[in-house]
Design a protein around this ligand. Structure first.
Ligand SMILES: CC(=O)CC(=O)O
Length: 715
């Protein structure tokens, strides 16, 4: 299999002149002058007596006048709440300033401003199965969603929940899950979600850290045309939470299939219907006029916790602020992407990926959202039938999906896709050939935006603008208000058309509050450790700027876009196959549990040491290679390889199964005993052994073997 050029070769990227041929324009805005961005620019010009003319000028102004910019975003997008006078103090990262220090706001209130019984808020679609070849669509209007949320708020209040308590979900992408999130956040609780396809061990690692008071879970999920019971996984999780962490949450079960499996139901669980009904009867959390009693809190109030797994330790519990999420999504969706209440917005995502949060923030625009549970590709025509049937205008997905689709199906030959306006892709870099496929075989005129940001900011650093053209293979622009640049390893700007590290030079309102536990939510040592880990993750690489861990190239400005962006992969040891990001630690834990010297069944089944890295592929995706060291004289048998894969699949997920498992003589370590992944990754992707600083390693001689294996893997 051919390999994507490694990052040292990427410096040979086309010059701005040659890029005119290499990266032609594939889409131009129909009426840029009427775009939300241009209307916003006029407002800024008028308010501040400026004459900004291009996106580039607006971007520069927005990142040098962050207080004026974000204050105007609040006003122009009609945020509901009290804004107050303060916006942000003039400090640099790593100081994480307070934003809108006098504001009072509630995220869910802003999601449910539309109360219309005529306007559809959510449509839930499911993958067909042989038993249900035409699964019925479920939908709720904004009025019905409001009513549902109000019932859940009352039920949660009757359990005694209060602001700051955690409410978790281990669910599929359904209407009830959105309502539960809105209800929890309406009353100031903190939302935490794990996708139903996560194995219980992984969910335990997450929920153990945040100690939820309530868990919403589905009874089954549909994937690959099959119904998979979910209650056994839930039972394992609950047992672990109770036995190992003394956590005994209230459990609410959402029925997703007509006949729930018998025999697994615990008497302690409540059904969703009963829970909501009880809530309605109690009628708590309503004002005298029948309004939901929104818990308006500070702008920096914790909204939800997202997990990102790194190379070491447990998954990082990233806490996002309510006001920051709100303001950022309003800017992204209403101003930059120009999504309006007339749009029908779909994103293919599980509930454990930040794109779910991105999608449901679309409620604040008042448009219709489409939720989907199932495989997107088992029947590749299914999602495009939905596009036609539901009039989907904004279609979000991953680069991996577009690549796989291009090998299987040509949607335009079979469907009327005239409703489509935008298509978004994320998770991994969108290969130039995928741009061609979308324009040739999906729609010739849509805005195709490759977007990037991630769990750490639960939003975008670079992505979409309806006012700008799309260049083949490039992200359109850096997002307004985000002072994104690329740095050399020495911490200086790398300049245009040269690869570097993605950094953000100025504070932004969706910068996370920190890692859990926040001060006041846990013992002092745990809070201090979380703060140190947060600092280490984002601010230790370069002084005074946010380091994101993505290797990127910012192109020279064209047509006033201020420079597009090309993603070159992760800079650290985080694995990202098919756009699903996880830490190598998630693989290592399973190896330790089942194959270590103390846990393996026999010497033949023992993995003495290991290291997992991502290898870049030609299409911009990456595959995971797991290197294992065995006892002297042992050979990696197919039986051991199969067992490793089985354990990783069942204890983690199918996505955690490495593409290759290869035996090595040794695994490199730093002088202070840390297993090193980044040098192995570099070498596997083609960098010479001499590019690694061998003085920092205990056993640099072992790298030669990785170099040889890398050559073989790249053939
Ligand atoms: C927007 C993103 O960057 C999504 C992701 O890849 O996690």
């Amino acid at each position: 299999m051919a390999i994507h050029p490694n990052s040292s070769v990427v410096n040979d990227h086309p010059t701005p002149e040659s890029r005119q041929t290499a990266n032609p324009i594939l889409h131009k805005p129909f009426n840029a002058r009427d775009s939300a961005t241009v209307r916003f620019t006029h407002k800024i010009n008028k308010k501040y007596g400026l004459a900004l003319k291009s996106y580039e000028q607006l971007l520069n102004w927005s990142t040098t006048h962050i207080d004026a910019f974000w204050s105007t975003v609040w006003d122009e997008t009609g945020i509901i709440g009290d804004k107050g006078q303060h916006v942000v103090d003039d400090v640099q990262p790593p100081l994480n300033p307070q934003w809108f220090g006098h504001a009072k706001v509630n995220w869910a209130e802003n999601m449910l401003w539309c109360r219309s019984p005529e306007k559809t808020a959510l449509i839930q679609a499911t993958e067909p199965t042989p038993d249900l070849p035409n699964p019925p669509l479920k939908s709720v209007s904004y009025a019905q969603l409001y009513d549902l949320v109000s019932g859940v708020v009352s039920a949660l209040l009757s359990l005694g929940l209060k602001p700051g308590d955690r409410v978790a979900s281990y669910s599929s992408n359904c209407i009830e899950n959105v309502a539960a999130c809105l209800a929890a956040t309406a009353m100031g609780c903190i939302w935490v979600s794990a996708a139903a396809d996560f194995a219980p061990d992984g969910v335990f690692e997450r929920f153990q850290q945040i100690r939820p008071a309530v868990i919403f879970a589905v009874d089954a999920v549909v994937y690959n045309a099959r119904v998979h019971p979910h209650l056994p996984k839930l039972s394992t999780l609950l047992k672990d939470l109770s036995d190992r962490a003394s956590i005994n949450p209230t459990v609410v079960i959402i029925h997703t299939i007509p006949q729930p499996p018998v025999g697994e139901w615990s008497a302690n669980w409540t059904s969703w219907e009963h829970f909501v009904q009880e809530g309605r009867v109690r009628n708590l959390g309503r004002t005298e006029t029948g309004e939901i009693q929104w818990s308006r809190q500070s702008f920096d109030w914790p909204l939800w916790i997202l997990f990102s797994s790194g190379t070491t330790g447990r998954p990082k519990p990233i806490v996002h602020r309510a006001g920051g999420m709100l303001l950022q999504s309003m800017k992204e969706l209403s101003i930059c992407a120009d999504i309006t209440p007339d749009d029908v917005f779909f994103y293919y995502t599980t509930t454990g990926w930040m794109m779910w949060n991105f999608l449901i923030s679309g409620l604040a625009v008042g448009c219709t959202l489409v939720l989907y549970d199932g495989s997107p590709l088992k029947d590749p025509s299914h999602l495009f039938r939905l596009v036609h049937e539901l009039g989907i205008s904004i279609f979000g997905t991953s680069a991996k999906y577009i690549d796989a689709l291009s090998k299987a199906y040509k949607p335009r030959d079979h469907h009327d896709l005239s409703s489509l306006r935008h298509m978004y892709s994320t998770g991994s870099p969108l290969a130039p050939a995928s741009f061609d496929f979308v324009y040739q075989h999906i729609h010739p005129q849509i805005l195709l935006a490759s977007i990037t940001g991630g769990t750490d900011i639960c939003s975008l650093f670079a992505g979409v603008s309806s006012a700008l053209p799309v260049y083949r293979g490039e992200i359109q622009c850096r997002m307004l208000g985000m002072a994104v640049d690329s740095f050399t390893p020495e911490g200086t700007p790398s300049g245009n058309d040269t690869a570097g590290e993605l950094v953000c030079l100025k504070p932004f309102p969706c910068m996370p509050l920190g890692f859990w536990p926040l001060p006041g939510y846990g013992p002092e040592e745990a809070v201090t450790a979380a703060q140190a880990r947060f600092h280490e993750s984002y601010f230790s690489q370069f002084k005074g700027v946010w380091y994101h861990g993505d290797h990127v190239l910012i192109t020279a400005s064209q047509e006033g876009n201020g420079g597009g962006m090309i993603m070159l992969g992760r800079s650290d040891g985080v694995l990202n196959p098919g756009g699903v990001r996880f830490g190598s630690a998630e693989l290592y834990d399973v190896i330790e549990l089942c194959f270590s010297r103390s846990t393996a069944a026999s010497k033949e089944e023992t993995v003495v040491d290991y290291v997992a890295v991502g290898q870049r592929l030609e299409d911009g995706d990456e595959r995971v290679i797991l290197f294992v060291k065995l006892h002297e004289g042992q050979r990696l048998s197919s039986a051991l390889e199969r067992r490793l894969k089985e354990e990783l699949r069942s204890r983690r997920s199918p996505r955690h199964v490495p593409a290759k498992i290869i035996q090595v003589q040794d695994v490199p370590y730093t002088l202070n005993g840390k297993r090193v992944e980044v040098p192995v990754k570099k070498i596997i992707n083609g960098a010479p052994v001499s590019s690694v600083n061998s003085a920092t390693l205990q056993n640099p001689e072992c790298l030669a073997e990785y170099s040889r294996l890398g050559e073989e893997l790249r053939v």
